[in-house]
Every structure is written in C-alpha cells, then in structure tokens.
Write a protein that binds this ligand. Sequence first.
Ligand code: NAD
Length: 267
Amino acid sequence: MSSSSSSPLSGKVAVVTGAASGIGKSIALTLAQAGASIGIADLNLEGSQAAATEIEKAGGKAIGVAMDVTQEEAVDKGIDEIAAKFGGIDILVSNAGIQIVSPIVDFKFADWKKMLAIHLDGAFLTTRAALRHMYKDKQRGGTVIYTGSVHSHVASKLKAPYVTAKHGLLGLCRTLAKEGAEHGVRSHVVCPGFVRTPLVDKQIPEQAKTLGISEDEVIKKVMLGETVDGEFTTLDDVSQMVLFLSTYPTAALTGQSFTVSHGWFMH
Ligand code: NAD
C-alpha cells in the first residue's frame, strides 16, 4: 500500500461497517490504499482484526472493532473509539447487511425485524454516532455513504424486508443531505447489482429451491438476466464508486443514489 501525503484521502479517517468480509472489506482496502486511516467495524471481531492487520501489513493504518450495528451502545462506543484513535471521522460507509429470502406469506416476523434492524437501525445508529464527530467542524465536514442495492430501486420476489430496507436508505440519505449541508456533510447511496460475496453465494441454492429452477438459471436469469453484459458486478466496481464519492470535492453531489450494476437498473 503506497499511500503518501499526496494520496487523495491522506489525513482522512473512514469507518466501514461490515468490513470483515465482501464489499465492506474491499471498500476498506480501497480507501486505505488511497491514504485514509480505517476503522473496520463488524460483528465478527476476528474478521475485523484480520482485515485491519491486512491493511497495516500493506503499510496503511487501521483498527478492527467489534460492533453489532443494531446495538445503540456498541455503535456509539465503537465509533468513539475509532474517532479517538485516529482523530475524528471524515467518511462513514454504512455497509453491514445480511439477506434472508422467503415469500411474504411465509416470512417469519422475527426475520423481518432482524432484517430491518441490521439495515435500517444500523444505518441510523452509525450515522448518528458519526455525525456527532463530523458536526464538530464545518470546514472538515464529512461524507456518509450507504451500501444500498439495485433493490433500493426495484423489487424482486422473496426479498420483501431487503427491498423495503434498501428503499428506506434513500430516505435517510436524502434527509441527511438536507440536514448535513450546513455542517459540510454530504450523503450518498451506492447501489450494487449482484456481487459474488458470501451473501450472494448463500442465496443461489436457496433461490433455486424456492423458485424450483436450477442454480445456473438463478445466476443467468434471476441475477444477471437484466444486465447488459451478463456479468456480475465486481468488488472493485463498487469500491471505485465509493472512492470517487469519498474524494468528490463539493456538495454538487449529495443526496444521490449511484447504481453500479452493469446496466441492470438505469435511472
Ligand atoms: P458479506 O456477507 O460478505 O459481508 C457482510 C458483513 O456484514 C459480514 O462481515 C458480517 O459479519 C457483517 N454483519 C452482519 N450483520 C452485522 C451486524 N449486525 N453488525 C455488524 N456487522 C454485521 O456481504 P456483502 O455481500 O459484502 O454485503 C455487504 C452489503 O452490500 C450489504 O448491505 C448488502 O445488502 C449489500 N449488497 C450486496 C450485494 C451483493 O450482491 N453481494 C448487492 C447489493 C448490495
């Protein structure tokens, strides 16, 4: 990791939730490569620490903290710990998420509540905790980026709470864009198409079973059927968008949603 004082995020501090795995981990590595100090916040402490060690071995700065984003105290404590270690918070990437698939008629209420807690309570709690630091200095300000999904804009069968929560993030982001402006804080939702992570790998056999089709059909028809090139979105596709938004200099871009999906959804 060859970051220097001329790196675009040199001197900045970024917190990425759900960064022990998948998209969050890739975003954390990319922002570290661009010079930011990184707080890895994940339910999985071992994974958080492993990701932080990977960044440090490559010459970057990182700390791994255990955080369940649905727990108010844990979120406040974790964000404060990262801010104290590196001196404030400039970027929050609220990314932690899970998937549970089932038709609405069979959806367990407990699973519905769990999904909304992780995706929406988690986004709210981490945002609030980060804003308490970002609002201290208007000149410094900050950027909050939510990992939405193409499902922030379209629906798919079997994903009622996921689609509901990912649509909800647009509302939080737009409200924050208005409230945060006077404090120099901007917000965005980055909306990936299907990316091959553990979250998606788990769904392929589940959807095949529920929809009564083969796993190959789930990939080619359900997941990639609407893309322009039949390709999965890559970790780098998503991370580069987050990097672009993290380095964008003005509030010309705020309250926006950016879809990274190989043409699956076009605004
Ligand atoms: P992943 O399973 O690889 O990683 C998710 C991470 O979140 C894990 O490290 C997990 O420990 C952590 N996590 C789960 N619950 C948590 C909690 N309560 N508190 C803190 N951390 C928690 O999944 P991924 O595919 O990288 O997904 C990351 C985000 O991207 C999610 O919000 C997901 O909805 C979104 N997304 C994924 C895809 C995709 O195709 N993979 C597409 C669009 C959006």
